[in-house]
Design a protein around this ligand. Structure first.
Ligand code: ZN
Length: 156
């Protein structure tokens, strides 16, 4: 779920020194693309399609590299790949379009949301969110939290 992806991004920022903005943006990017396409626009048979592929991870990482430099691109790639790994509970079309995937039957948004809220992994996601909240609070208190793109590694 979204807060699980955000929590992992915050922990990656804290413990790997990934830049906060790109790692967080990439952690939600696959769902922002695919869930909006599926639930809002009615495209795709599932909420996991093009945004949930390794090709999308590679192409968007390349764009971030060209526009914002190595550190931001590495942070983006880390956030993106963590999203794809955290979704492993269900079908993730990592190798699409080269591999055809079977997805569970379509569920409406509220049914899918309820299914996500009642699965056992929600306990792990809540624990990660609590941990991330504590870590981010410490970053804010120490004056180390930066919500800007890193200038380090740009132009390399
Ligand atoms: Zn996802």
């Amino acid at each position: 779920m979204l807060f699980g992806h955000l929590a992992v991004a915050a922990l990656q920022h804290r413990y790997t020194k990934a830049a906060l903005v790109p790692v967080t943006a990439a952690a939600v990017f696959p769902d922002a693309i695919d869930k909006v396409a599926h639930y809002v626009l009615g495209y795709n048979a599932t909420g996991r399609m093009w945004g949930h592929t390794l090709i999308a991870a590679a192409l968007t990482s390349l764009v971030v590299l060209l526009l914002f430099g190595r550190l931001n691109a590495a942070s983006w790639t880390l956030g993106y790949l963590s999203h794809l790994l955290l979704d492993i509970e269900g079908t993730v079309p990592w190798l699409a379009p080269f591999v055809t995937y079977e997805f569970a039957p379509h569920r409406g948004f509220l049914e899918a949301l309820w299914g996500n809220l009642t699965r056992p992994m929600i306990v792990v996601e809540i624990a990660l969110a609590v941990w991330a909240t504590i870590v981010i609070r410490q970053e804010i208190d120490a004056g180390r939290l930066s919500l800007t793109l890193s200038r380090q590694g740009q132009g390399d």
